[in-house]
Design a protein around this ligand. Structure first.
Ligand code: DON
Length: 549
């Protein structure tokens, strides 16, 4: 039996009884924390908040207190909402902050410094969502996370391997090494990871979430920043506010889409690509066929070119032409430039992408009444800065690396608008995170999202096409081989098991391919025939898990 199929079968519970809530996340203990909240009568938002706090303990690679993200909620009664808790640049940030004195730049340099930390938004964002749609007491939602941090949890093979891989980075910082190793030796599967400082921080937040921004936790952050060259001040922390935004809206083959608005590009890329693809009969072409992969890649190429030109934090770029970009007419124009049998070219002189390395995490919730939450949050890289706040026990993000690093690295004629995404005080770096909810006839039919940096919209797009066009169930929609195109570099990234015949045909059309082992980690809920199917991405992250109410 194919390994991918076997793992999926063993490790994911995919069919769930009608009327039962479902939580899908990258770790079993976190999904279970969310499901327990649903059983107690908590709302979908309550479950998402509890799952997110638990992930901050059991999935330190991306679950976080020290990062930021987006929570999209679609309650059965009331309006959909989008809580933007993206990190902000501190007041002393500026567009040339990563350049050396001689004006040059070392590619990954900014990721490794305390100066790359954005003011974290997670705690304020989860609190904002809870304030609006929570039912259970706030402290109840932090309780599982506090227990998991205080009493510890037994590491899986996968978790131990992930921590061991980071050991060289953790060694650069004593308190981080102490938290994530046994006196400098790697923790092993079966060992218990206890995080006492993190438990104390969570307990303070359970009493008063503002502690993060103006209490003991804030003082611990600022002390670290002052001592080690960070930019975040007490005033930056006090000034942090999540932003409540209108979700982006689109339609695709009769379905309504709710997706992430700027400062994410996730919704723009997804909706624009879907609008282009609506003009083709993908179903007749078949999933993974050369024609379907070619056209999807060409759609992504064009959506990513628009992203580069226009997208940034709307507070600093108020004139993003979103209505035009998301219109069917724009998609018609773009579709007309696609050749059915040959690759287009992206102009490599125009833009050099900064490198993205994974890690982020997504969770999907659908309760028994049809209320849905789609939440993606991140530390940017895996384990963020790989540095905890001493005494507070949580990892810091390196999110400011999502700003364009060098003004002028893009075309000096200004044809590509990198200006919208430069570091300025208070600005939020452009994201690709793409939590999405699909609705049909007033009812939620799909919740999806994924990590994967710039590949995120392509991964989410793939899950939507697999379900809507190719009629796959949730399990197959998650498992199917993935691919990605981001305009530049001009190539299709493909997972290793995309059929050889498809690859050869794509190369014959003029595409360059780059193989990767895995792309993203999608956590999907699909409603078919009135039944909610949760499918966790166990193939790509073996601990991923569905829990039911
Ligand atoms: O916001 C973003 O788009 C990136 N900071 C996300 C990074 C990421 O997804 C890495 N994940 N696997």
């Amino acid at each position: 039996m194919h390994l991918r199929f076997f793992l999926s079968l063993c490790l994911s519970l995919s069919l769930l009884a009608q009327g039962k809530g479902v939580v899908v996340s990258q770790e079993r203990l976190a999904s279970e924390a969310g499901a327990a909240v649903l059983r107690e009568g908590g709302s979908a938002v309550d479950a998402a908040v509890a799952t997110a706090f638990a992930l901050a303990v059991v999935h330190p690679a991306a679950g976080n207190l020290g990062g930021g993200g987006f929570l999209l909620s679609r309650p059965t009664s009331g309006q959909p909402s989008f809580v933007d808790f993206r990190e902000t640049a501190p007041a002393s940030a500026h567009p040339r902050m990563w350049l050396k004195a001689d004006g040059t730049y070392d590619e990954p340099r900014h990721h490794d410094e305390l100066a790359s930390v954005g003011v974290p938004g997670t705690v304020a964002g989860l609190r904002e969502a809870w304030k609006r749609e929570g039912r259970l007491p706030w402290a109840r939602l932090l309780a599982p996370a506090i227990r998991l941090a205080r009493e510890g949890f037994v590491l899986s093979e996968n978790q131990a391997a992930s921590l061991a891989e980071q050991l060289p980075a953790f060694r650069k910082h004593g308190p981080t090494l102490a938290q994530f190793s046994r006196k400098g030796e790697p923790l092993r599967a079966g060992d218990r990871l206890v995080q006492r400082d993190l438990a104390r921080t969570l307990a303070r937040l359970a009493k008063d979430w503002r502690d993060f921004y103006r209490g003991t936790t804030a003082r611990l952050i600022v002390r670290d920043m002052k001592a080690n060259g960070g930019l975040i001040t007490a005033a930056d922390l006090r000034a942090y506010r999540p932003v409540l935004r209108e979700p982006l809206r689109g339609t695709y083959r009769g379905l309504e889409l709710l997706a992430a608005p700027p400062p994410s590009s996730g919704g723009q890329v997804l909706i624009e690509a879907l609008n282009i693809l609506e003009g083709y009969d993908l179903r007749a072409m078949g999933a993974g066929s050369p024609a379907a992969v070619h056209l999807t890649s060409e759609a992504l190429r064009r959506a990513f070119a628009d992203r580069a030109q226009f997208l940034g934090d709307p507070a600093f770029t108020p004139d993003i032409p979103l209505a035009r970009l998301l219109s069917k007419a724009h998609a018609d124009e773009l579709r007309a430039t696609i050749r059915p049998d040959h690759a287009s070219t992206s102009d490599p002189a125009r833009f050099i992408w900064p490198k993205d390395r994974p890690d982020t995490t997504h969770l999907s919730v659908l309760d028994g009444k049809g209320n849905a939450v789609s939440l993606t949050y991140t530390l940017e890289e895996s384990y963020g800065l790989r540095r905890i706040v001493p005494g507070a026990g949580f990892l810091l993000n390196d999110e400011l690396g999502d700003f364009n690093a060098v003004p002028g690295l893009t075309d000096t004629a200004g044809r590509i608008g990198t200006a919208p995404n430069l570091a300025r005080p208070g600005q939020r770096p452009l994201s690709s995170m793409c939590p999405v909810i699909l609705v049909k006839d007033g009812r939620v039919v799909m919740v999806s999202g994924s990590p994967g940096g710039r590949t995120i919209p392509a991964t989410v797009l793939g899950t939507v096409l697999n379900a809507v066009d190719f009629g796959m169930d949730a399990r197959a929609a998650v498992d199917a081989p993935r691919f990605h195109h981001q305009w530049l570099p001009d190539r299709i990234q493909v997972e290793a098991d995309l059929p050889a015949a498809t690859r050869e045909a794509l190369q014959a059309m003029g595409h360059t391919l780059k193989e990767v082992k895995k792309q993203g980690c999608a956590q999907v809920i699909l409603v078919r025939d009135g039944r909610a199917e949760g499918a966790a991405d166990t193939w790509r992250w073996v601990d991923s898990s569905v829990a039911s109410e």
